[in-house]
Design a protein around this ligand. Sequence first.
Ligand SMILES: [Zn+2]
Ligand SMILES: [Zn+2]
Length: 320
Amino acid sequence: MSSPAPINPTISSTPIQVQPPVQTLAVPQLQRRNYQDFPGRNKFFCGGRFMTSREYWAFLVALVLIVGPSVLFGIFTCPFLWDNVHPAVPIVFCYLFVLSFASMIKTSWTDPGIIPRDLDPTPEFFDDQGSAYYGESEWSHVPVQKEVKIRDNTWALRYCDTCKLYRPPRASHCRQCDNCVENEDHHCIWLNNCIGKRNYRPFFTFIVTATFLCLFVIVFSIVHLLLIVRDHSGNITFITVFHAAPVSFVLAIVCFLLLWMVGGLTFYHCSLIFKGVTTHEQLRASIINSKYPGISANPFNKGSPAQNMIHVLCRPQPKR
Ligand SMILES: [Zn+2]
Ligand SMILES: [Zn+2]
């Protein structure tokens, strides 16, 4: 049996090389953007550039009602009108459709004027004696109302417990979006967004152009049918006309029904703009009721319908 080999330690003659300390590279932290921490019920996409609310079904219905008849009119009626009436007719139709569609998308996907939260995190509260103090307790949860003067009218600024701020005049808290919105007109389920200071102009453009689009389709669908009758010298039955241009016939009826809705909305908003009030103010009658009798007492009335319209439609768009 062989004995184990003796351990023969050898000393290396090569000098020990000291390794330089390993430098740890700092991993850049991805900066979170404001919308990623936003507690409201809005949906953001494309890096926060676009936003909308969460109820999509009504918006999809509205999209189908705008795009569907327009595509059918473009495919089945416009070629006939181009050849038999004038090429300008389909061109004007395309212009109206693009303007209506673009303003619809812009209204739906634009920040309506959401007010940042926590602007006034420590409001004043009333205590038992009715005097104001800072803070909150079990028995006092009603923040002190603040008041501002607008053209000799006193305007109460209410505190929003959700957004932790005193709402500016004409702002409202939207329950669907869970935000305070500056100059909020209303929350539109069909466009899936609030209508406020930043998107009222594209909203108004949308309803006006949609009204003209409906009128345009009705008129030129009827022209299409009448030209078919004229080509047969009037000796043609109703069924034959229907079979010759069924799409134009159906479009004239569908757009007539849509015209009542969108045209009525346009008429209503024109009257609101002329008075210088928003839909909320009209519904609450907070301006034109006994508190502010007469439209002249409306502190936001610019003096005339034309000036009110210029103020609403030509004012600069505030920052997001
Ligand atoms: Zn709020
Ligand atoms: Zn809303």
